[in-house]
Design a protein around this ligand. Structure first.
Ligand code: NAD
Length: 490
């Protein structure tokens, strides 16, 4: 990796310059140094990428699915071989601590392996007909050209969650990653190329969301948009996409309930990991902790003691617990929300400041005595800020956890089985953890949210296949005569 190198777009199997003639830098958030320059794509580049994807579609969609699976296995193998290098570059580009960066790459490996296996399944189903001598089944077919638009916070995992199922289903791809992590996206596409993904099947167009992203969204030849990012961007995409398949994975304001019968040491580990892991920049980060009044004081003390010991710094240093935020705006956003919290009357227990060090760091912050309607308890901050909301009983805890517009991840710490089962049913979210933190999705299970976190699509597992394939219903009549469903009832 060289800071003066200019990385290119990947269109129709070639690394090329953008039509814009412009470049932009990717900045290391730990030391604010440029790690590389990138071609800034524009609408014309999107047109070229769609054209290449269109040309490649016929041949790629006709490759037997198990053979496409072999290419995915090769991708998994190359990711494995390069895991450490990729994780280190990820840490440099977005500041995630190295252990979490390895996890990010591992998730991409797991997804490639899982979807490679789907190459030998991609099941439809058979079912009896209501008529004699007639056979009914469903098969899966690709959607067509898929526009994949991704955020920066899981720069290998999230693209892999989309690219691998899209590929195994026989689609071709125009991939637009976040401009905060173009190096990770470039490395991933380099690996796809090395694994033998044919030209035009995956095209990488790096560039601004408003131009590159939006022209993918609006493009008439793109049949499917799979987007992960901010709620407001998602809303805009839904409005502009027209008649396409659209999958939206949006923000979260996830909560952990800590009941008075909980194992507090276990809950402590869960809140620290959920609230401050990845510097609070996970869609599943736990930014609200709903705590039973009986154990509130004790749990506050435990949290403050642990937060005091969290070490900020370069994620490449094994001793670092919390890395920087992704960029200056994110740092300013955390500072702004601290002020909002204070003005709203929340009590600041620790943190709330930009530390005096290079990089976009923010001190792990804990508010208490928060009420559910405060903005710090309603809006996604995407920083290391956790708000404690005291409640008097289980019913109030459920009301508090459901009091937000989002519904991604949730958790309850309790040793009471009946409360745990009630919580599973009553919490409004796509994912619920019992006696564990709000994070740690496994790729063979569905991932996604309800309410304003999305529109019901799920990634991962078999449901990830649904997003990138169409179901065709097939009727085979071997009776030798015209049989009429619903009419020939005798
Ligand atoms: P973002 O919405 O700003 O950007 C996401 C992507 O959309 C980027 O590639 C960006 O360039 C592009 N984009 C921006 N404006 C666009 C437009 N008008 N048209 C088309 N594309 C456009 O989000 P972000 O800051 O990169 O990511 C953080 C957000 O992502 C948070 O809200 C987080 O909760 C969410 N997220 C959700 C999940 C999930 O699975 N639910 C996972 C990770 C992150």
């Amino acid at each position: 990796m060289s800071s003066s190198k200019i990385y290119k777009l990947f269109i129709n199997g070639k690394w090329i310059n953008s039509e814009s003639g412009e470049t932009f830098p990717s900045i290391n958030p730990t030391n604010e140094k440029v790690i590389g320059k990138f071609q800034k794509g524009n609408e014309e580049d999107v047109d070229k990428a769609v054209e290449a994807a269109e040309k490649a579609f016929k041949k790629w969609s006709e490759v037997p699915t198990p053979k496409r699976g072999l290419i995915l296995l090769k991708i998994a193998q190359l990711l494995k071989q390069n895991k450490e290098k990729l994780a280190r570059e990820l840490t440099m580009e977005m500041g995630k601590v190295i252990e979490e960066a390895r996890g990010d790459v591992q998730e991409a490996i797991d997804m490639a392996e899982y979807m490679a296996g789907e190459g030998r399944r991609l099941f439809g189903y058979t079912t009896p007909s209501e008529l004699r001598n007639k056979f009914c089944m469903t098969i899966r077919s690709p959607v067509g050209i898929c526009g994949l638009i991704t955020p920066w916070n899981f720069p290998f995992a999230i693209p892999a969650w989309k690219i691998m199922p899209a590929l195994i289903c026989g689609n071709t791809i125009v991939f637009k990653p976040s401009s905060d992590t173009p190096l990770c996206a470039t490395r991933l596409v380099e690996i796809l190329e090395r694994a033998g993904v044919p030209k035009g099947v995956v095209n990488l167009v790096i560039g601004p969301g408003g131009s590159v992203g939006m022209s993918i969204v609006k493009h008439e030849k793109v049949r499917c948009i799979s987007f992960t990012g901010h709620k407001d961007t998602g809303k805009m995409i839904l409005k502009e996409a027209g008649l396409k398949k659209v999958g939206l994975e949006l923000g979260g304001k996830n909560g952990i309930i800590v009941m008075d019968d909980a194992d507090l040491n276990l809950a402590l580990d869960g809140v620290i990991w959920g609230g401050y892991g990845t510097t609070g920049q996970r869609c599943t980060a736990a930014s609200r902790v709903i705590v039973h009044k009986k154990i509130k004081k004790k749990f506050e003390r435990m949290l403050v003691n642990r937060i005091k010991r969290l070490k900020l710094g370069n994620g490449l240093n094994i001793k670092t617990d919390v890395g920087p935020l992704i960029n200056k705006q994110a740092q300013e956003k955390s500072a702004k929300y601290t002020e909002i919290g204070l003005n709203e009357g929340a009590k600041l227990l620790i943190g709330g400041k930009i530390p005096k060090m290079k990089g976009f760091f923010f001190k792990p912050t804990l508010f208490t005595d928060c009420s559910i309607d405060m903005r710090i308890c309603q809006e996604e901050i995407f920083g290391p800020i956790v708000s404690l909301i005291p409640v008097k009983d289980f019913e109030e805890a459920i009301e508090a956890i459901n009091s937000v517009e989002y519904g991604l991840s949730s958790s309850i710490y309790t040793n009471d089985m009946s409360k745990a089962f009630k919580a599973i049913q009553k919490i409004e979210s796509g994912i619920t953890y019992i006696n564990s933190s709000t994070i740690g999705a496994e790729i063979h299970l569905p991932f996604g949210g309800i309410k304003h976190t999305g529109i019901g699509t799920r990634e991962g597992g078999i449901e990830g296949i649904h997003e990138f394939s169409e179901t065709k219903t097939v009727y085979i009549d071997y009776s030798g005569k015209l049989q009429k469903a619903q009419i020939d009832v005798g």
